[in-house]
Design a protein around this ligand. Structure first.
Ligand code: 3PG
Length: 211
């Protein structure tokens, strides 16, 4: 299944921060158990690239592993070499786009303005991370952007949670929502993987399932 199809099916993209590589496998397993077999492992920690490699190798086809907070071409190259199947940025990076296109890897750039979306389209990308969603007008801005950019689909991230996710998913052009609420940093650091599973299940139940 292509990354886009898989993301459309699951409808939630957890934004993960791993400080300690030994947390990688228990965290991935906790998410799978909770019904969310996707992880955007962010380049916000020194061990991000190692965590991507460990997750990609250990989880295989059971889980879609991508890299997030990718802000330069070197990170994109490293993430792809380590097994990332999609690359997410907080903004749009032409250098990152070039690396992804050369490797035939899905790139999901962060865009909030028409100009940024036009840059993404010009480089062949139509899955847009709308970030930070709540600061840039949330649902109503995405609806407005969907009119001129009918071929694009959106993954709003930033401020999405279990209480407002259905407002976003009700919009036709929104294929999934991203967020960290079910994989909170503190829960990962404290090894509270059962709680992570429970929060994932709660999120999937809230959206009425993902199959
Ligand atoms: C991200 O980078 O995508 C965000 O930090 C996730 O936003 P959230 O923490 O508000 O879910």
């Amino acid at each position: 299944m292509l990354p886009q199809e898989f993301i459309e099916k699951i409808k939630i993209v957890p934004v993960v921060k791993i400080d300690n590589v030994t947390d990688t496998i228990p965290l991935m397993e906790a998410m799978c158990k909770g019904g969310i077999p996707i992880a955007e492992i962010t380049f916000r920690t020194a061990c991000a690239a190692d965590a991507i490699k460990i997750a990609a190798e250990a989880m295989g086809d059971k889980m879609l592993i991508g890299a997030g907070t990718v802000i330069n071409a070197d990170q994109a190259k490293l993430a792809i070499a380590n097994g990332a199947k999609f690359i997410v940025s907080p903004g749009f990076g032409k250098d990152i786009s070039d690396v992804c296109n050369a490797n035939n890897i899905a790139y999901v750039p962060g865009c909030v303005t028409p100009t940024e979306i036009m840059q993404a389209i010009a480089c062949g990308h139509k899955i847009i991370k709308f970030f930070p969603a709540s600061n840039y007008g949330g649902v109503s801005t995405i609806k407005a952007l969907s009119a001129p950019f009918g071929d694009c689909v959106f993954i709003p991230t930033g401020g999405v949670n279990v209480n407002n996710i259905n407002d976003f998913l009700a919009v036709k052009s929104i294929i999934a929502c991203g967020g960290s609420w079910m994989v909170k940093d503190s829960l990962v650091k404290e090894g509270k993987f059962d709680q992570i599973t429970a929060l994932c299940k709660e999120a999937i139940e809230a959206i009425g399932g993902n199959v």
